[in-house]
Design a protein around this ligand. Structure first.
Ligand code: XIL
Length: 394
């Protein structure tokens, strides 16, 4: 039984115990997924490798993409599963572990989609990047009505419940997502949401300490957006994020790494060597860096499909050339693999809309799951990059 009713005011332990009672998933070996990508690549000339994960694994890079279980139920579900089986060694939960899905109202815990997600991963020998435990945005309305005490309780109960149920099944977790939102005009440019409003900046440290306590082997990431562009917005995000990381590390918050989303935008200016220097600054703090949500919003690229696809592929190539030149960057994750299932194909979100009304083409596979120039650009970048090496702890 994946859907559970919970009483308001239920204790952390009771919530935990009830979630643990329905835990019925096979354990996933941390190394099994990496081995399968390596095996596919072993002894093979990289020119003949037809898997992005296998190319990445040859250099020790983890390659993945976000995955949404409901897509398996669509007419193209089998093709969808196949591109993941071929091209990735880890999947990020695009929706199923977010609070509105797990906790649509105060009295319900719905694990069904997340259980299915973890099952798909283990059945296919894939690793998991858990996204996300605490995000002060994208929350159901009932949470916005809670008192400070209730929000504090929720933060504790939520992290404990999720990490108990899926203990050891995700190699990495985005413990806190998108803490920065300069437009909210808070000190440190921190995002205004129920967690920040009631707990202040401490919500971040609390979340990391709880995650460390309840899943000690997982790598714990703080995930942030909008740090890439060579404009004032990018500069503000970079500075605010670096300052936040330093404050947290000074307080002994157990952050292992930083996820940089990298939703690239056709209308924004870029200076990727500058961005790589920022990534280097994070690495020099002793932290792992992962690219966690890469895609290219092509809504401002004019012209034919061919021209748009070429420009998208070029942007991937320019970005990856600089970022993957840093051997400490340990993972590269795309936000989906096919234009068909991109969040830009979601009419409700409006973020991929083009003036010519044509569908967006942000990813390495088109809507029919055929490879596009972006697939070859990514493959070339993986072939050209240096082998990975671990971050030196400071
Ligand atoms: C997006 C999903 O892709 C959408 O399907 C959903 O409606 C909203 O969230 N930054 C993040 C991701 O950290 O969780 C977001 O995912 C995209 C931006």
């Amino acid at each position: 039984m994946a859907k559970q009713r919970i009483r308001r005011g239920v204790t952390r332990r009771t919530a935990l115990a009830s979630s643990a009672a329905s835990l019925a998933l096979a354990p996933l070996s941390i190394t099994s997924f990496a081995k399968s990508a390596h095996e596919r690549a072993e002894g093979t000339d990289s020119d003949s490798i037809d898997s992005l994960a296998a190319l990445a694994a040859q250099k020790g890079l983890a390659f993945g993409a976000s995955f949404a279980v409901h897509e398996l139920d669509r007419p193209y579900g089998e093709q969808y599963a196949d591109v993941y089986r071929r091209d990735v060694q880890l999947i990020t939960s695009e929706l199923c572990l977010k609070i509105p899905i797990l906790r649509p109202d105060a009295h319900v815990l719905d694990f069904a989609p997340a259980d299915r997600f973890f099952s798909f991963a283990s059945e296919n020998g894939l690793g998991v990047h858990g996204h996300t435990l605490i995000w002060d945005d994208y929350l159901p309305d009932w949470i916005k009505q809670l008192s400070g005490v209730e929000v504090d309780h929720l933060l504790n109960a939520h992290i404990l419940t999720v990490l108990e149920r899926y203990n050891g099944k995700a190699e990495t977790w985005d413990v806190v997502n998108e803490p920065i939102a300069p437009w909210d005009k808070n000190p440190g440019n921190l995002r205004q949401g129920p967690f920040y409003a009631h707990l202040g900046e401490d919500y971040i440290g609390k979340a990391f300490h709880l995650a460390r306590e309840f899943d000690p082997k997982a790598k714990l990431l703080l995930n942030e957006a909008q740090t890439e562009s060579a404009d004032e917005n990018g500069a503000t995000f970079r500075k605010s994020l670096l300052d936040l990381i330093k404050r947290q590390l000074d307080k002994g918050v157990p952050i292992d790494g930083i996820g940089l989303q990298c939703h690239l935008q056709s209308e924004r200016p870029y200076d990727f060597p500058r961005f790589a220097a920022f990534v280097r600054e994070i690495i020099d703090l002793g932290l792992d860096v992962q690219i966690t949500e890469l895609d290219v919003n092509d809504s401002a690229y004019p012209g034919s499909t061919t021209e748009r696809d070429t420009r998208v592929a070029n942007l991937y190539a320019q970005f990856l050339k600089e970022v993957l030149a840093l051997p400490e960057v340990s993972a590269l994750v795309l936000w989906q693999l096919s234009d068909r299932t991109s969040w830009m194909a979601d009419p409700g979100l409006k973020n991929g809309l083009r003036k010519d009304k044509k569908p967006s083409r942000p990813l390495p596979y088109d809507r029919a799951f055929e490879k596009k120039p972006a697939w070859y650009a990514i493959a070339d970048a993986l072939r050209a990059m240096p082998a990975r090496r671990p971050v030196r702890k400071t």
